[in-house]
Design a protein around this ligand. Structure first.
Ligand code: KIV
Ligand code: ZN
Length: 388
């Protein structure tokens, strides 16, 4: 059987940015958006336009610059004014999506929305229809789906698909699900929603119990075909499913999942470094995939094994995720050649003019700073590329 594609929906700029201390200005968001496009993510959730004029501007600019390469998505609550702002921000986008959400769990219905089930259904249908007038690609999320009664969740999903939703996202908003539980939720939807084949089922897992990646993989096993995730697992509270972990799990265990993504995995490490340097959220050394220890073998017995045959202790190659090693720190005496090689190893191809400007920036920085790390070089390049 041929391998099916998993759509990678990145929400670093929306859910990731909601994480305390992670807010970014428009210029920084544009840098991250460029890195996401280079990573080849399918959908970029660029922001929540009604939230602030800054969010609106960022979605608009990202849509103008990058919507020929990735689909640009704007978030809206199930309200006319929210959806109108999302439409305005995406007006000039080539590939565009509106993502509408409305909570469905009893806790949210009673305490937050003060709406009954019928009112929820009507509001969800009308907002999907409203978004659909603007674009074909409409996503609907029943917020707190993992704590919603299954029969009611089926009804909401069926009716929003009938109203035009092309993706139905099943958020585990508070990170309450476990892998088996989430597998059952997705399977139940597949078995009980009559028109489920007309839409893509999506996962959106928060990491409060440390299970966001495991839950996302369970959902894929049950038939979900889109994963919502963030670089370095950024996101509210304990974060969202980490994009790099989901992507490398699917790639490394393609034998089991029989699916693939479009991600250029060799861009994972540089993108992780860029997001870390922009947000100031450090990546823990032993973080899977993008931590600096992720490919380091300290124990002699492991080193010996890897030297004999790398697959004895390695399930992935460092170069597959774009990690070129620690020992390549540059300083002010490193020179143009070393700098050019490093830029290439980090996966960038710069035209002569951009290279020259970035090299001048590097020399200026090296005057102030003893050692220049990959993250510094990536930031310099991204500054120059964003200016271009
Ligand atoms: O966690 C959540 O429920 C969300 C929705 C807006 C999809 O982020
Ligand atoms: Zn979320």
């Amino acid at each position: 059987m041929s391998s099916e594609q998993i759509i990678i929906f990145d929400t670093t700029l929306r859910d990731g940015e909601q994480s305390p201390g992670c807010s970014m200005n428009t210029k920084e968001k544009l840098e991250v958006a460029r890195a996401l496009v280079d990573l080849n993510v399918d959908v970029i959730e660029a922001g929540f336009p009604i939230a602030s004029p800054g969010d609106f501007e960022a979605v608009q600019m990202i849509a103008e610059r990058f919507s020929d390469r990735s689909t640009i998505c704007a978030l809206a609550r199930s309200r006319e004014d929210d959806i109108a702002k999302a439409k305005a921000a995406l007006a000039n986008a080539e590939k565009r999506r509106i993502h509408v959400f409305l909570a469905t769990s009893a806790i949210h219905r009673e305490h937050k929305l003060k709406m009954d089930k019928q009112q929820i259904i009507e509001r969800a249908i009308s907002s999907v229809a409203d978004a659909k007038e603007f674009c074909d690609d409409v996503e609907f999320s029943p917020e707190d789906a993992a704590r919603t009664e299954l029969d009611f969740l089926c009804e909401v999903v069926e009716k929003t698909i009938a109203a035009g939703a092309t993706t139905v996202n099943i958020p585990d908003t508070v990170g309450y699900a476990t892998p088996n539980h989430y597998f059952k939720v997705i399977s139940y939807l597949k078995d009980n929603v009559s028109n489920i084949d007309k839409a893509i089922i999506s996962t959106h897992c928060h990491n409060d119990l440390g299970l966001a990646v495991a839950n996302s993989l369970s959902a894929i096993e049950a038939g979900a075909r889109q994963v919502e995730c963030t670089i370095n697992g950024l996101g509210e509270r304990a974060g969202n499913a980490a994009l790099e972990e989901v992507v490398m799990a699917l790639r490394t265990r393609a034998d089991f999942y029989n699916v693939h993504t479009n991600i250029k995995t060799e861009r994972l490490f540089p993108t992780s470094q860029l997001v870390s340097s922009i947000t100031g959220m450090k990546v823990q050394r032993n973080k899977a995939i993008v931590g600096r220890n992720a490919f380091a073998h300290e124990a002699g017995i492991h080193q010996h094994g890897v030297l004999q045959e790398r697959t004895t202790y390695e399930i992935m190659r460092a170069e597959d995720v774009g990690y070129a090693g620690e020992n390549l720190v540059l300083g002010k005496h490193s020179g143009r050649h070393a700098f050019r090689d490093r830029v290439k190893e980090l996966g960038f191809e710069l035209d002569d003019q951009t290279f020259q400007k970035t090299f001048d920036d590097f020399i200026a920085l090296a005057d102030k700073k003893k050692e220049i790390y990959d993250s510094d070089i990536i930031a310099l390049i991204d500054n120059r590329m964003t200016d271009a």
